[in-house]
Design a protein around this ligand. Sequence first.
Ligand code: PMP
Length: 292
Amino acid sequence: VLFLQGGATSQFGMIPMNLLGQKTQADYINTGIWSKKAIAEAKRYAQVNVVASTEAENFTRVPRADELNLSAEAAYLHYTSNETIGGLEFDYIPDAGQTPLVVDMSSDILSQPVEVSRFGLIYAGAQKNIGPAGLTVVIVREDLLGQALPTTPTMYDYKVHADADSMHNTPPTFAWYLAGLVFKWLKAQGGVEGIAEINLRKARKLYAAIDASDFYANPIALPNRSIMNVPFTLADTQLESRFLVEAEAAGLLNLQGHRSVGGMRASIYNAVSETAVEALIEFMQHFEKTRA
Ligand code: PMP
């Protein structure tokens, strides 16, 4: 387990640099904005095979296991378990056979239990469920270390960090410290199992409220709805700015969807309480009643 810097974005480059080895190709699944960023960066180092994409369906679902067109020559298979902006989450772990599986878990790590042994590498920027930005967690299988491309900067070589217990240079000490406090807090919630129960309840309640209304909508296929990021639209887009102003007055902040997709988005990470989600639902119902 490595504690690095540079955010998940640095991993988009570090992964091909460190995992290609003697190979020149890598497989990627495209499920949205973050997959695309990972793909674009990997193309600087590798021949990228996009082995499945749901772009033609506007990323309203993830590809099924039988749609993955894996290549024999790939050094690894990369996917994004939760598309933070699209609100799209995998409901299964892809099977890449002997090929190492690499996952960007930036926005769903620690939200529910995961079989870590299925992966060659898991990475996540800390700033959703772990701690403040500035810390990046990489969990990498030991046999994948030590094959960085010769041009890899020292700071980008996983083995250098593994050998130095993530202290090759001055680490972001305050971010580490705060992450430690968050891990203790998480244990007190019953660990990942405990928080998963709460997260599932939060998400179910919010989606149920959206589905019960003709005024709010979420386009994602039911099994792929994210339990962390819940995007929703209003039947009348003209009411969006009023929704945001009134929500803010009710103490509900940061509900504006990403500028690339519009609409609303409730990011209900581990730190967001069930009470907060209930307050949002209550506000949404009140807004619909008074403004729709
Ligand atoms: N991947 C995903 C899924 C993300 O949500 C984000 C950040 N929102 C990133 C990568 C980029 O992370 P960072 O800002 O830590 O570079």
